[in-house]
Write a protein that binds this ligand. Sequence first.
Ligand code: MG
Length: 285
Amino acid sequence: MIVRFQRTNGSRGWGWKNSRGVVDLSNSSPALPTCTRDLIANWSRYETEIHEQSQRLDVTQDPLRLLPPIDPPGKILCIGLNYRDHALETNSPIPDEPIVFNKAPSSLIGPNDPIQIPTSSTQVDFEAELVVVIGKRLKNASESQAAEGIFGYTIGNDVSARDWQKGKPAKQWFLGKSFDTFAPLGPGIIPAVSVPNPNRLRILSRLNGTVMQDSSTSELIFSPQMLLSYISQVLTLEPGDLLFTGTPAGVGVARTPPVFLQPGDRIDVEIESIGSISNPCIYAT
Ligand code: MG
């Protein structure tokens, strides 16, 4: 999978993570790009070189800090109420048209970075999500064109301040979803060809080791290609843009009593065939 990282000396790069570890490809060949957005946009040009270099080179021994895998970040689009089991638990009707909102790109953090719990919210919740990474420019795309425009997949946590999400004028969700650090993403991006069954992946979240969400992407109401086709009627999707596809049942706000993230907690999201992310929660600085 494609990963970005920060080295111990503070410099940043990208590479390929395999079963042996991370191969640093940032400076391995002048034929390769310097940013992962360019890499994804022109994957067919780079794929062979990446495969050869990642076989040939040793994995780095540097204890890297993984960063969100897409850089520079673009649009982060998200879908609300897109799992049947989650619509049921929130007593919401099954939507007949997608609920689309966005998160600020500045909310992105790496797969192991701390989530900052803001003092202005007492209802910070977690949402395990399959994230689609767009690989081709899509405008007025058919569903089959949209399917071909999916570069790959990664894991996201759509962290949500429920008091800000639901208690603001016009019920706008943007601020409650966009606090700094509210979009953990990673550990890397897996090309779609390596995920043969994206519509049948087990998806889980764990809070301090206890399973909170345990579902399958087979519960998705709207498929990724339908969503991308729908959104591309309005705006042009670009390579590297992200689509958070929604979360299954088991979020904190729907529990009795409700469960919200506190400083000192650790929240993990795991998706079959992709991997996992694990983020500690700390007081906002
Ligand atoms: Mg969500």
